[in-house]
Design a protein around this ligand. Structure first.
Ligand code: PLP
Length: 221
């Protein structure tokens, strides 16, 4: 499918209509043109997600300033500085050192950057992320208590890419349980789970933020 054959406006409206009020839609625009992003923007979408720093750097200056950009992909520490001036949320914080670097770069820009800690829930072992113990260690650490320029608002994860709905359900339950434990002690309000293929299952498991790309913009090359 090409961009022209995809009705972005219709897709956005239909997905939004189907969402419970407490669930926020992040439109994942990676590999998609500024024209496609503007179509979604005209349909009322303001939160967009990308997974590569370089693509964000190229797109952000040319698009409306009221777009909230989310970095949803794996982020290398040496690239945080390029997005720190404008990024509104970083989803995939997967090491204490990355969080420290985000705090440092946010401070340089006199900003507070919202972050999510990435949990590894996929049974396949190629994905990034931390286990429950590592996540709790960060939150309990001396360093964390002193960060003034990051605000950890919750957890994020990607389920295994599979048609096995029971497996996806199991994986989402794992992160939902941890989220429920940490929510009150750490004032969490965001659980970022669910993509085009699995967001209804994610919502059943407590998702408050879904990251949807192909169901809005069509398949990627
Ligand atoms: C690409 C991507 C998505 C969206 O994937 P779709 O299957 O196209 O909805 C969500 N989250 C992350 C981290 C991604 O890289």
């Amino acid at each position: 499918m090409t961009d022209q054959e995809v009705n972005i406006d219709k897709n956005i409206r239909e997905i939004k209509r189907s969402l419970p009020e407490h669930v926020t839609l992040v439109a994942i625009s990676k590999t998609k043109s500024n024209e496609a992003i503007m179509e979604a923007y005209e349909a009322g979408q303001r939160i967009f997600g990308e997974n590569r720093v370089q693509e964000l750097e190229v797109k952000q200056p040319d698009l409306p300033k009221d777009i909230q950009w989310h970095m949803v992909g794996h982020l290398q520490r040496n690239k945080v500085k390029y997005i720190a001036p404008f990024i509104s949320m970083i989803h995939a914080v997967d090491t204490p050192r990355l969080l420290r670097e985000i705090n440092k770069q946010a401070k340089k820009n006199d900003r507070v950057i919202d972050c999510l800690l990435q949990m590894k829930i996929a049974e396949e072992d190629t994905k990034f992320g931390m286990d429950a113990t590592q996540i709790k260690e960060i939150l309990a650490s001396e360093n964390y208590s002193q960060y003034e320029n990051v605000r950890v608002r919750g957890l994020m994860a990607m389920a295994t890419f599979t048609d096995d709905k029971d497996q996806v359900n199991r994986e989402f339950k794992t992160i939902h349980n941890l989220y429920k434990d940490l929510k009150d002690p750490y004032n969490f309000d965001i659980l970022s789970i669910g993509m085009s293929g699995d967001y209804p299952i994610a919502i059943e498991n407590g998702s408050t933020m879904i990251r949807v790309g192909s169901a809005i913009f069509g398949d990627r090359e």
